[in-house]
Design a protein around this ligand. Structure first.
Ligand code: SDX
Length: 365
């Protein structure tokens, strides 16, 4: 019996939410190229597409944006919980804890669009509220007149963002909104398959995304660039990492065996900050060098930049603090997690694989 520990290539569901084509490097959201949505629509429109099955009309778009905006404010009990967590608590743990508390108001089964909207709308406020406390600033209340991306930047920086920054962050959170059965989304589906509530399922998904092999990589890309420091140091540093058996953060992917289409799209978005980003030229050089060295050391493994490599450049560009890179990935993925949870609830088949027992058997009793 072959054990497939990573579930590589195991198909467990049919979905019309997204296609992640690792051979051709395609990412499709319900019949739309994700890269086209990233330049032409807002995050709220893409959430509507994923949840309701169609891109919203102008009226639907305005109504949904307003509905999410009205749910952004944190009730006092959530502010108390967020403030009570010890100062050393990382923001992904704060997001996980606060999200689990949202559901404690007894979310009934089955999960609903309203429950999903409540959690998705509050995620940016939870992150920004904790960041303000961590940095000794007065938290800024959400502004209902701003879109999802712009309001997040406003709560973080205390000033309304530029159109360039809003567009760039919208593109990032659209491109990371949904990605098939990645580890965190599959976690959410497993929890939903037991008929547990959506807040529990998203809490579990946040826990999975936190890991550096999954969502924890973008801040590690910044650390890598900082350690490399100069173009001259790129090759020796990267060689040392690979020879030492280390993984290069922002490279490789379980599904994409060609360029991650999100990395391609975000590389174009980061061009809009090329002048402001001290690490832009270094990022271009590190990308080229790493691809060449990974081909040399790991021939046939098809290791290319994944979403995280250029996500770091875009998040740097819109001045998201490095410790908030993964939480920002988390607020984006709330869309895909919820869409899969709603889809799983419809199918409602308990997910329960098997294992092979290799331990000793007791003597016959
Ligand atoms: C995300 O699933 C998703 O869709 C995830 C995601 C999403 O949107 O939800 O796309 C988001 O998780 C992006 C990935 C972010 N993580 C990183 O950038 C961390 C670095 N990447 C690696 O850890 C790795 O590429 C994984 C975990 C992403 C995928 O690893 P796999 O498919 O399990 O590959 P593997 O461990 O079987 O490795 C195969 C070979 C090995 O070499 P050998 O031991 O056979 O000689 O490739 C090597 C690995 O050592 N390898 C790498 C590498 N990734 C794989 N070598 C150096 N650097 C790397 N980054």
């Amino acid at each position: 019996m072959t054990i497939n520990a990573g579930l590589e290539g195991i198909v467990v569901a049919e979905t019309d939410l997204s296609l992640v084509d690792g051979t051709n490097g395609y990412l499709v959201y319900r019949g739309n190229w994700a890269k086209d949505l990233a330049i032409s629509r807002t995050y709220e429109d893409v959430v509507h597409l994923l949840w309701r099955g169609h891109l919203p009309s102008e009226q639907e778009s305005e109504a949904f944006r307003a509905e999410l905006a009205a749910r952004r404010k944190l009730p006092d009990y959530l502010k108390t919980i967020i403030a009570a967590l010890p100062p050393e608590t990382d923001t992904m743990s704060v997001l996980r804890t606060a999200t689990s508390a949202i559901g404690n108001r007894g979310y009934a089964w089955p999960p609903t669009f309203e429950q999903a909207s409540d959690i998705l709308a509050k995620a940016p406020t939870i992150i920004a509220y904790r960041h303000a406390l961590n940095t000794g600033r007065d938290p800024i209340e959400p502004d209902e007149s701003l879109g999802h991306a712009a309001n997040y930047l406003y709560m973080l920086h205390g000033e309304k963002p530029t159109r360039v920054h809003t567009r760039a962050l919208d593109a990032y959170i659209i491109l990371t909104a949904e990605h098939g059965l990645n580890a965190s989304t599959f976690t959410g589906r497993v929890i939903t398959s037991t008929r547990s509530d959506i807040a529990s399922a998203i809490t579990g998904a946040i826990g999975a995304l936190k890991g550096p092999l999954h969502g924890g990589a973008p801040s590690e890309v910044d650390t890598m660039l900082e350690e490399i420091g100069t173009k001259e140091n790129a090759e020796p540093w990267l060689r040392g990492q690979i020879e030492g058996g280390e993984r290069l953060m922002g490279f490789g992917h379980r599904v994409y065996k060609t360029m991650d289409p999100r990395a391609v799209a975000l590389r174009l978005v980061s061009d809009s900050f090329a002048g402001e980003d001290p690490w832009f030229d270094l990022s271009v050089h590190v990308e080229e060098t790493a691809v060449r060295l990974l081909k040399e050391y790991k021939p046939g493994r098809n290791l290319y930049p994944n979403v995280e490599f250029w996500a770091a450049a875009v998040l740097r560009g819109v001045r998201i603090p490095t410790d908030l890179y993964t939480p920002t990935f988390g607020l984006a993925r709330m869309a895909g997690w919820s869409a899969h949870i709603l889809e799983q609830a419809d199918k409602n088949r308990l997910i329960r694989p098997e294992s092979t027992y290799v331990g000793e058997m007791p003597k016959a009793s």
